[in-house]
Write a protein of this length. Structure first.
Length: 203
């Protein structure tokens, strides 16, 4: 995603917000394309703690350590591409209406236009793809776009475009028949969405 205007006064980012954005960006990378050998090697070094996010991170590290890029690409294709379609369709429109390119996509495009966020010309996926939504959320948190990026703005985007379906999608990914490496990706996404929903609920 791109800015349609220059950011004049970027705000300072707390370490907590940077960590949140990094998780969103990781999910975006893993959902948008198969992981490279370099990314798998980096993920294999990740440590965690006893929180749901930390435990999912540890499980992801274990799977990354014994997954090669060829197998990861095969799994990615089975999950998201397939012959005609993959096991999962990671689009807000599909999860919320049962069809692609429906009102949730139109609402998202209206919101992005209002926020001054433009899709990259080389991206062919509709903007309501989960990978794209995670990328946008990361950019809002880190103040990369021309729009407001405070907690109120983050909450508004999350509530409008992620809260109603993201946790369900990541649960489906966690339990998908073709998911091995991607099962803990689903766990990580589900845990992050739950933490975000709880945090935004008290704003």
């Amino acid at each position: 995603m791109e800015n349609s205007a220059e950011k004049q006064c970027p705000r300072s980012i707390t370490p907590e917000d940077r960590a949140r954005a990094q998780l969103y960006q990781l999910l975006s990378s893993l959902l948008s394309a198969p992981p490279s050998a370099e990314l798998l090697a980096g993920l294999a070094t990740v440590s965690g703690d006893e929180t749901p996010v930390g435990q999912a991170s540890q499980n992801l590290a274990k799977l990354a350590a014994r997954t090669n890029s060829t197998n990861a690409e095969r799994e990615f294709n089975n999950l998201f591409i397939g012959l005609g379609r993959g096991e999962l369709l990671p689009y807000a429109s599909y999860y919320l209406t049962g069809f692609l390119n429906e009102k949730p996509l139109a609402d998202l495009r209206t919101d992005l236009m209002r926020r001054g966020i433009q899709a990259n010309e080389d991206v062919k996926e509709p903007e309501d793809h989960m990978g794209t939504l995670c990328e946008i959320m990361a950019g809002i948190i880190t103040d990369e776009f021309s729009c407001d990026s405070d907690l109120a703005s983050q909450k508004a985007f999350f509530d409008a475009h992620l809260a109603k379906w993201a946790e369900l999608f990541f649960t489906d990914l966690e339990e998908a028949q073709n998911a091995v490496f991607y099962a803990p990706v689903g766990s990580l996404g589900k845990a992050l969405m739950a933490v975000e929903a709880q945090a935004f609920a008290i704003q």
